[in-house]
Ligand binder design. Structure first.
Ligand code: AMP
Length: 373
């Protein structure tokens, strides 16, 4: 069975045709600068027609289309077959994800027009985290205000966290239902999730993907009073949004959002880079300790995404000093290069440390195929 996976951004369409049984990517591509001068298409509809042309005879083999959707609010707790009503529900969630959901919707509408005869499935970044208990997702703010505006923790990267937790269980050769895991998704956007028996019980992102860890361009956690102070100091809402989402995190502290640059600067003796890496690791350890407590035990810490999969030095830095908890990385195993899921702690370590490559497209393909089968 082949699933066509669509990840539609505001000015881009990323696509992959995946054979679900073999997990082979038959074809993949990217349209960029949609709607801009000299871009690949004038709008998402034209873009999708172009994608279909590129697919050629492969288009006939598509059994389902899987769409990445960022925000599913409290309503969507699992991958969902898309009809007009589901499309409207995704549109109703735009206030919670004003950048992402309109872009995802444009992709859904264009793909349903281009491929009207196959089932379309929405796979939500938030859905996996709907299993969090109220104690984890409730913000202690005026409950009337919270209810009126849908204010609560939703969490993101759920498709990745779930996929990685499943693959971690396979690697450990233990049923996921018996495991307590902390999954560190460390990429340009980063989040950490406590997974108990295959369910998310807490996660670091919140109402939006701005909360939690220090990221490439996003601040992660700050005292909300900082926002009030800056508002009173004359910054507009738009300026605040831009500061916290686009010019904070590693880029705000060092001038580069790319951890490779930050590490190179640190090696060259740059004091800003040294502080930034300390802040980055301090925040990770803060969450590892907190989730160890929330889980009431821990079988494995799992690293994934661009930084988690590729940087042995940053993995070591993230867990530095946690040996007293039973969390220790084996230096040789950590340094060995591989693209496969692997264990990087000693065989007799009380808590395993793993590297498990994530693959959101593959996860979306599996989710869509399970739903339409
Ligand atoms: P992602 O969002 O998962 O694609 O991750 C992208 C980020 O991973 C980049 O912005 C880099 O900061 C980081 N990254 C990728 N490879 C390496 C590496 N070898 N060392 C350090 N950071 C890396």
């Amino acid at each position: 069975m082949r699933v066509f996976v669509v990840n539609s951004g505001s000015s881009s369409i990323k696509y992959q045709l995946v054979d679900v049984e073999t997990e082979h990517v038959v074809l993949s591509g990217l349209l960029e600068r949609i709607g801009h001068d000299g871009g690949d298409a004038v709008d998402h509809e034209a873009g999708m027609r172009l994608v279909l042309e590129r697919l050629g005879s492969h288009a006939a083999s598509i059994a389902a289309v899987g769409h990445r959707v960022v925000h599913g609010g409290s309503r969507f707790t699992a991958p969902t077959r898309i009809d007009d009503e589901v499309e409207q529900a995704i549109a109703a969630l735009v206030p919670l994800a004003p950048l992402h959901n309109p872009a995802n919707l444009a992709g859904i509408r264009a793909a349903r027009l281009a491929l009207p005869d196959v089932p379309h499935v929405a796979v939500f970044d938030t859905a996996f985290h709907q299993s969090m208990p109220p104690a984890a997702y409730t913000y202690a703010i005026d409950r009337g205000v919270a209810a009126e505006h849908g204010i609560r923790r939703y969490g993101f990267h759920g498709t990745s966290h779930q996929f990685v937790a499943e693959r971690a269980a396979a690697l450990l050769d233990r049923p996921l239902e018996t495991l307590k895991l902390i999954v560190l998704h460390l990429g340009n956007g980063s989040s950490v999730t406590a997974v108990d028996a295959g369910r998310s019980i807490d996660t670091s992102m919140g109402l939006t993907p701005l909360a939690g860890l220090v990221m490439g361009t996003r601040s992660g956690d700050v005292d909300p009073g900082v926002l009030l102070h800056l508002l009173r100091s004359g910054l507009s809402g738009t300026e605040l949004d831009s500061v916290l989402n686009a010019s904070s995190g590693m880029v705000g502290l060092t001038g580069s959002a790319d951890m490779r640059d930050v590490e190179a600067a640190f090696e060259a003796g740059d004091a800003d880079a040294a502080l930034a890496l300390d802040v980055w690791a301090h925040r990770i350890r803060h969450y590892v300790g907190a989730y160890l407590a929330q889980l009431g035990g821990l079988d494995a810490v799992v690293f994934t995404a661009g930084i988690g999969e590729n940087s042995s030095s940053l993995r070591a830095r993230a867990l530095d000093g946690l040996g007293h908890l039973g969390l220790e990385i084996d230096a040789d195993r950590n340094a060995a290069r591989s693209r496969d899921a692997r264990v990087i702690s000693a065989d007799d370590a009380p808590i395993a440390v793993l590297v498990v490559p994530t693959d959101e497209e593959l996860a979306i393909a599996h989710a869509a195929s399970r739903l339409v089968h």
